[in-house]
Ligand binder design. Structure first.
Ligand code: PLP
Length: 440
């Protein structure tokens, strides 16, 4: 770290709002490349966070960097409505070709949260219904609208409760399934009961504009619902003329081994929010729906100054090229399966590891207290810190911050997975020694 950086780093809490400066781990970094971060002290870190599921093509992929440079030579700002440019149209056409059926019309914005805002506004506007149903544990962003449907942690909503126009349904909980029952059937039956209770006692279905759900719980703990559960959500929406919104901000662009989780689960929503991996780190997102739906949302009901920035669109086009040319969907599936195999072996050797679950390269590793099987957030944090000391960066999630997110770039190799798992196991072992769970 050069002296001016170090001096400013030490004053981080004065320069930045605590909500930015107090997060974990605030690694001082001067460069990123491929699957690596380069620390200010010269250390090379293997990044298994992808900058929170963004750098799916790896950090600063040369093709993406080239597209950004070339883009900046001609257009840097595309004030929405004032000018029109080819990259935004090209991107809409290209994305239309990879989205689930009928999702082919785009409102481009800058962040996941904005894409969610757009989705909620669109659903309310076209249905003329005012209520929204979301699922407990989901995270959709931190603006007041997105927060109103987010329940991954109550601290996010403290003093910021929504205005009462949202209702909650429980997310699928296969863990609660009694041993003699089928988990998918159990989750579907629970959903039907919960929906009946909601519509009988709290809100009539005719007043509900949309249901919004993350197809896989991200921030809420990397929980994968049974496919049948999501299909039942779709069926319930169809029955009552309720629009279904998928928040694919985190699950999109190859993370699950398909372009989108909607394809992994074979469930097509009416509206989708996409962001994160779309442009390999440039700020870009989109609210996506059919032409028929979008055409009912007239000019001026929604707008943006920066959304669909031309350089971000160029980066997104290059991102799509890289994912296709380098077969990253396939690599996501293959490396995901390889990592899960390795993690199953590691789990068999360490009692602090609870459930390991994943689809593609979206993998969650639960840390538990082996005596009680209760979630162990402190233990998870210690393992995260020990891994970082040994040069590998993982991220966290879960209600009790008890789940390690393993989300490497989709370009990750077998050797890099091996390295990440070796370090992870070393960190787990060291934590077990510190906790007197093992003696050697
Ligand atoms: N939705 C999901 C599923 C997310 O994971 C996130 C961010 O982590 C968001 C929405 C909000 O996206 P952003 O932070 O880009 O506003």
């Amino acid at each position: 770290m050069n002296s001016s950086f170090e001096e400013r780093y030490n004053r981080m809490s004065e320069l930045l709002a605590p909500s930015m400066a107090k997060d974990h781990p605030n690694l001082p970094v001067v460069k990123e490349e491929g699957c690596y971060y380069y620390g200010a002290d010269g250390t090379k870190y293997l990044d298994f966070t992808s900058g929170i599921a963004v750098a799916n093509t790896g950090h600063r992929h040369p093709k993406v960097v080239e597209a950004i440079k070339k883009g900046a030579d001609s257009l840097m700002h595309g004030p929405s409505g004032v000018i029109m440019y080819d990259s935004i149209l090209d991107l809409a056409e290209r994305l239309g070709g990879i989205m689930p059926p009928n999702l082919d019309c785009f409102f481009f914005a800058n962040s996941g949260t904005e894409a969610i805002e757009g989705a909620l506004k669109l659903a309310k506007y076209v249905t003329k219904r005012q209520y929204v149903v979301s699922f407990t544990g989901c995270f959709h962003g931190r603006s007041l609208g997105a927060l109103g449907v987010s329940t991954s942690k109550s601290k996010y909503r403290k003093f910021l409760q929504p205005n009462g126009l949202t209702y909650q349904l429980p997310f699928a909980d296969a863990k609660a399934c009694p041993q003699d029952q089928n988990p998918a059937e159990y989750c579907v039956a629970e959903l039907e009961k919960d929906v009946e209770r909601l519509f009988d006692h709290q809100v009539t279905p005719e007043e509900v504009a949309c249901m919004i759900v993350e197809p896989i719980l991200g921030e809420g703990g990397y929980i994968i619902p049974p496919k049948e559960w999501l299909q039942k959500v779709r069926e319930i929406c169809d029955r009552h003329g309720i629009l279904l919104i998928f928040d694919e901000v985190q699950t999109g662009f190859g993370r699950t081994g398909d372009w989108f989780a909607a394809q992994t689960f074979d469930v097509t929503p009416d509206i989708m929010a996409i962001a994160k991996g779309i442009a390999s780190g440039m700020p870009l997102s989109a609210t996506v729906a059919s032409k028929e739906l979008m055409s009912q949302w007239p000019m001026g009901t929604h707008g943006t100054t920066f959304g669909g920035n031309p350089i971000a669109c160029e980066a997104a086009l290059a991102t799509l090229d890289v994912i296709e040319e380098e077969n990253l969907l396939e690599n996501s599936r293959d490396m995901g399966a390889y990592a899960l195999e390795g993690l199953a072996k590691i789990k068999s050797r360490h009692s602090v590891i609870g459930e390991v679950r994943g689809v593609g390269l979206m993998i969650g590793i639960e840390i538990i207290d082996p005596k009680t099987s209760a979630p162990d957030g402190d233990g998870m944090m210690r393992i995260l810190d020990l891994s970082l000391e040994k040069g590998v960066l993982f991220y966290l999630c879960g209600k009790h911050q008890e789940v390690i997110r393993m989300i490497p770039p989709l370009i990750v190799s077998k050797e890099q997975i091996d390295e990440g798992l070796r370090v992870f196991e070393e960190a787990v072992h060291e934590f077990e020694k510190e906790s007197h769970l093992v003696s050697v």
